[in-house]
Design a protein around this ligand. Structure first.
Ligand SMILES: C[S@@+](CC[C@H](N)C(=O)[O-])C[C@H]1O[C@@H](n2cnc3c(N)ncnc32)[C@H](O)[C@@H]1O
Length: 224
């Protein structure tokens, strides 16, 4: 086993005999929350990041051109659920960064609260991303908005939150075609989404996430 840097800040590959595993440095050594595999080199713990459990992981596996999340960044994470992917974002931004983790489902936010007690750079927020006016006093301007919300109006939700993003800040958004319209061709839906996003953002890259995440497309954009 050996650990290799990747082209993305804070993301490493664990080289096994015949495959590479995506990983991050564990911000909370000795503690894991999702039964993920831990590998150690030079006394540093690396957590396996599974692309079939995370659209961010899938975008990395598909070699998206850039993951604009860096050490010390502030991130607004919309649709954090139990905190699987946001825990890896928390590893990447390290202890001086902040991940504002928002979800509207009380059942998952309960788990998220427990995780955030251990990971001090994660702030849980129980709120509806459709209503930024209800949480605007609890977050600051951010470097990146990450959105993974399977809703019909997922693009509108992002646009409502853009005021939180600094000028030239980045957006990472996972679009689930079937949540927008189950009956239509996903390719067409992605094209329409792209046109809508382009009104406010510059599209830098996009990757369909099959086979890791079926019928999902991941967009990397920058505020104009
Ligand atoms: C696919 S899951 C997110 C998985 C998570 N991003 C991960 O990779 O660990 C989508 C989440 O979006 C949340 N969600 C859907 N609509 C929302 C809304 N309007 N406001 C806040 N959260 C919402 C759901 O409760 C669900 O937990």
């Amino acid at each position: 086993m050996s650990i290799e840097n990747s082209k993305y800040e804070g993301i490493f590959f664990i080289n096994l005999k015949n495959r590479k595993i995506i990983s991050t440095k564990n911000l909370t050594p000795g503690k894991r929350f999702f039964n993920e595999r831990i590998s150690k080199e030079n006394n540093i713990e690396y957590r396996e990041f599974n692309p079939t459990h995370s659209k961010l992981g899938a975008a990395i596996a598909k070699r998206i051109s850039l993951i604009p999340i860096n050490k010390n960044d502030k991130i607004l994470y919309l649709g954090a659920s139990h905190g699987y992917t946001s825990s890896y974002v928390s590893d990447i931004v390290e202890e001086k960064g902040i991940v504002f983790c928002l979800d509207f489902a009380p059942r998952v936010v309960r788990d998220l609260f427990l995780l955030c007690e251990e990971r001090k750079n994660m702030i849980p927020i129980l709120a509806d991303a459709n209503k930024p006016e209800n949480y605007k006093n609890r977050i600051t301007t951010v470097d990146v908005i990450y959105q993974d919300i399977a809703q019909k109006n997922q693009v509108e939700i992002l646009l409502k939150n853009l005021d939180f993003l600094k000028p030239r800040g980045y957006v990472l958004i996972a679009i689930k075609a079937r949540s927008i319209d189950v009956t239509r061709n996903p390719e067409r839906i992605y094209k329409e989404v792209e046109e809508k996003l382009k009104e406010k953002l510059k599209i830098i890259d996009k990757k369909e996430l099959d086979p890791f995440q079926k019928d999902h497309c991941f967009f990397l954009c920058q505020k104009k």
